[in-house]
Design a protein around this ligand. Structure first.
Ligand code: E4P
Length: 222
């Protein structure tokens, strides 16, 4: 399983990248809009240089010729760019054509197992079910992840499932148990995975005991 960061913020990416467990980044137009005064292409290339793994950048064209032209342009920005395309009829048709050219597609805004089947059959490299948004709408988001993984694995389709729109650490655990190949999450969820109050208490106690131990040794020597 791999962990991706879902952000366009370079400081967040830098902080997580140095932990040594980050495999890629996903962005979307909403995340990009939060970054003031930044050129889209420049930021995507900057992230690619920092992370050395797949970096998803989303297309905004709404028809097949527009999507194909935009995806070819975005894919040429850097060898690690994955082009994100929302799943609808135009998105699916464009994905089928682009994947035959060797362009890697992350099919996004997936909310059902059927959409995941279509995306995988169109040749998408990644399929992204949005767990949190499904949960918000009263559905079981993780069930779509579980179904998509089961179907993709059963038919040996080459697509990988990215559990997306994750809102808290238990979502990451559930995504791992559901067999998601990748989980992408915001910075705060990534950092929250690391924390446990008993770890903090344990470190404090060990440090206090180590001070007593080193003091005893110093006194014994003197
Ligand atoms: C995934 O690629 C998306 O960018 C992301 O997970 C969307 O999550 P949200 O529901 O928090 O906007």
């Amino acid at each position: 399983m791999q962990l991706f960061l879902d952000t366009a913020n370079i400081d967040e990416i830098r902080q997580v990248a140095k932990l040594g467990v980050l495999s890629g980044v996903t962005t979307n137009p909403t995340l990009m809009a939060k970054e003031q005064g930044v050129e889209y292409k420049d930021r995507v290339v900057e992230i690619c240089e920092l992370v050395k793994g797949p970096v998803s950048a989303e297309c905004i064209s709404r028809d097949v010729p527009g999507l194909i032209a935009e995806a070819r342009e975005v894919a040429a920005w850097h060898r690690n760019v994955v082009v994100k395309i929302p799943i609808d009829a135009a998105g699916l048709e464009a994905t089928a054509k682009l994947s035959k050219e060797g362009i890697k597609i992350n099919m996004t805004l997936v909310f059902s197992a059927n959409q995941a089947i279509l995306a995988a059959l169109a040749g998408a490299t990644y399929v992204s079910p949005f767990v949190g948004r499904l949960d918000d709408a009263g559905h079981d988001g993780m069930e779509v992840v579980r179904d998509a993984v089961e179907i993709i694995d059963r038919y040996h389709l080459p697509a990988q499932v990215i559990a997306a729109s994750l809102r808290h650490p238990p979502h990451v655990t559930a995504a791992a148990k559901a067999g998601a190949h990748i989980a992408t999450m915001p910075y705060r969820v990534f950092m929250a995975m690391l924390k446990h109050p008993l770890t903090d208490v344990g470190i404090e106690r060990f440090l206090a005991d180590a001070q007593r131990y080193t003091k005893d040794k110093t006194q014994a020597r003197g």
